[in-house]
Design a protein around this ligand. Structure first.
Ligand SMILES: *[C@@H]1O[C@H](CO)[C@@H](O)[C@H](O)[C@H]1NC(C)=O
Ligand SMILES: *[C@@H]1O[C@H](CO)[C@@H](O)[C@H](O)[C@H]1NC(C)=O
Ligand SMILES: *[C@@H]1O[C@H](CO)[C@@H](O)[C@H](O)[C@H]1NC(C)=O
Length: 371
C-alpha cells in the first residue's frame, strides 16, 4: 500500500522540478532574446519609485535670465511660474507688476485648479505663492482620471509630511541636518482638496465637489483664481461652462496657458489643426482665434478691459520638440521607445515653424465690485 503513494509523490516531485526548470528556461530565453541580461535591460531594477516628479505640460523652456532650460520638470514648473507671475501672485516677482495692483503676498488666495495632473503642480503652486504665510489659502483641484487623483494625493501627502509646517517645532537651530534638501514650507493639509470630476461639466459634479468649489467664493479670499494650465482646449463641450462658473459664481479671475489659432492660418492649416484636435479628443471648434477667445471670456463674465493674452510660443514649442527628440535618442539604447511622443514632437515642430497655433498665457479678470 505505501508504494503507490510514494511513487505518486515522486512523480509529483519530478513534475514540479520540470515545471520550475521550464519556467526558468522561458525566463532565460526571454531575457537573452530581449537583450536584457547582457545589455541595459536591468535599468528597470534600478529605478526608484515614486518618481521624483510627474509633471505634464508643454513647458516654458526659457529661464528669466534668457538661458535655455534642458529638463522637462524644470520647464513644466517654469510654465506654472509664468502663469502665477502674470497673475501677480508670486511673492517675489521682480517683474513689473504693471496692471495688477501689486496684489501683495499677504492677501488670502483661493485657487480652483482644473486638470491638476499628478500633484507636482499642486505642491509647486503652494510653494511659489508662499501659501503657508498667507492669512488664508484654499486649493481645490479637479481631474478626470482616478489614477491621477491617487498619484497626486500620494505626492501631496508626501510633500506635506516633509513640510516644516510649524516653525516653532523645528526651531531652526544652527545645525539643521539637511535631511530633506528641499525644506518645503506648505500650508496645512486641509487647505488642499483634490477630486475626480469633469471640470468641463459643472452640472455633472456631485454635491461634495460642488460645495467645495463654491466655498472658494468666500469673500475673505481677496484673490480668487481659476487656473487652467495647458488643458482648457480639451474641455468638452467647451470652455464656457467652467469660465462662466468661475466668473459669475466664484467671482474669480482666470489664469491659463492655452492654444489659440493664428489669424493668418489658411483654410487647410485650420482644417489640419481641427483634425489634430479631434484625434486628441478635443471638441471640433476648440481652437479659437484671439478675437474669438476674448469674446468668449467677455461672454462668460470677464472684463473686456482687463484681458491679457501673451504669445509665448517662442518659449514653448521649439523647446519641447527639441526635448522630445533628445529624450528619444537618449532612451533608445535602453529599449525605451517614445514613439507616440516623438510623433507629437513633429507636430510641435510644425507649430513652431508655422505658428498655426500659438501658445499663450491668458489672464482674465472680473470687474471689481466696489467694496
Ligand atoms: C515668504 O513669506 C515670508 C514671510 O512673509 C518671507 O519671509 C519669505 O521671504 C517669502 N518667501 C518668498 C520666496 O517670497
Ligand atoms: C525677494 O525676496 C528677498 C527675500 O526673500 C528680498 O531680499 C528681495 O529684495 C526680494 N526681491 C524683490 C524684487 O522683491
Ligand atoms: C486613467 O489613467 C490610467 C493610467 O494612465 C489609464 O489606464 C486609465 O484608462 C485612465 N482612466 C480614464 C478614465 O481616463
Amino acid at each position: 500500500m505505501p508504494l503507490p503513494s510514494l511513487s505518486s509523490f515522486f512523480l509529483g516531485f519530478v513534475a514540479g522540478c520540470l515545471t520550475i526548470i521550464l519556467l526558468l528556461a522561458i525566463a532565460a530565453v526571454s531575457l537573452t532574446r530581449s537583450g536584457d541580461i547582457y545589455g541595459l535591460g536591468h535599468w528597470k531594477l534600478n529605478i526608484r519609485t515614486p518618481f521624483p516628479s510627474m509633471w505634464m505640460n508643454l513647458g516654458f523652456w526659457t529661464r528669466d535670465d534668457g538661458t535655455a532650460i534642458q529638463h522637462f520638470d524644470e520647464a513644466a514648473r517654469n510654465m506654472l511660474r509664468q502663469l502665477l507671475q502674470a497673475a501677480g501672485l508670486l511673492s517675489n516677482s521682480s517683474s513689473s507688476s504693471s496692471s495688477s495692483s501689486s496684489s501683495s503676498s499677504s492677501s488670502s488666495v483661493a485657487v480652483l485648479d482644473v486638470g491638476f495632473g499628478c500633484g507636482d503642480q499642486t505642491v509647486a503652486l503652494a510653494e511659489l505663492i508662499n501659501a503657508s504665510t498667507r492669512p488664508q489659502f484654499r486649493y481645490v483641484g479637479l481631474t478626470l482620471n482616478a489614477t491621477q487623483l491617487q498619484e497626486a494625493q500620494q505626492r501631496l501627502d508626501a510633500a506635506l509630511s516633509h513640510s516644516t509646517q510649524d516653525p516653532s517645532s523645528s526651531s531652526s537651530s544652527s545645525t539643521t541636518t539637511t535631511t530633506t534638501t528641499t525644506s518645503l514650507n506648505l500650508p496645512k493639509a486641509s487647505s488642499f482638496q483634490l477630486y475626480q470630476a469633469d471640470a468641463a461639466q459643472p452640472t455633472s459634479w456631485p454635491p461634495t465637489v460642488l460645495s467645495s468649489v463654491t466655498s472658494l467664493a468666500d469673500a475673505s479670499f481677496s484673490e480668487r483664481w481659476l487656473m487652467g494650465l495647458d488643458c482648457l482646449y480639451h474641455f468638452s463641450p467647451s470652455r464656457k461652462p467652467i469660465l462662466t462658473l468661475a466668473a459669475r459664481t466664484l467671482h474669480a479671475n482666470v489664469m491659463a496657458f492655452d492654444l489659440i489659432l493664428s489669424d493668418s492660418a489658411s483654410f487647410w492649416q485650420t482644417l489640419a489643426v481641427r483634425i489634430l484636435g479631434f484625434v486628441l479628443l478635443c471638441p471640433w471648434r476648440t481652437f479659437l482665434t484671439e478675437r474669438e477667445y476674448r469674446e468668449q471670456l467677455v461672454e462668460c463674465g470677464y472684463d473686456r478691459e482687463q484681458i491679457e493674452i501673451r504669445d509665448v510660443s517662442d518659449h514653448v514649442f521649439g523647446g519641447l520638440a527639441g526635448h522630445l527628440r533628445k529624450q528619444d535618442a537618449v532612451l533608445r539604447p535602453y529599449g525605451i521607445s517614445l514613439t507616440a511622443y516623438a510623433l507629437v514632437g513633429r507636430v510641435y515642430e510644425w507649430f513652431d515653424r508655422t505658428r498655426v497655433l500659438k501658445g499663450v498665457v491668458v489672464i482674465g479678470r472680473v470687474k471689481r465690485k466696489s467694496q
